[in-house]
Design a protein around this ligand. Sequence first.
Ligand SMILES: [Zn+2]
Length: 85
Amino acid sequence: MKGKALSLWQRLKMQLSGYVYVGDRQRPGWTGSLPFYAFKCEKHGIVQDYPHGYWALWKDSIPIVVNGVLSQLYCLKCRKEERHE
Ligand SMILES: [Zn+2]
């Protein structure tokens, strides 16, 4: 899936709901895979991320319900920049 462009249907769905599921992925060091979603960042364009816990709502994050659990999507590039400020 890596680097694969979004299909027209995925783009449409993303515009309607704010995000679209792009597949389960595993990162190095992870024991399992997590669902990844594509969404639009005002600054970085279309980015992909997995849902994060909702313990603190980041600004500009997108609320998402995964398996009945409220989570959030946010742009990791933006979060990284904030930490360096
Ligand atoms: Zn961003």
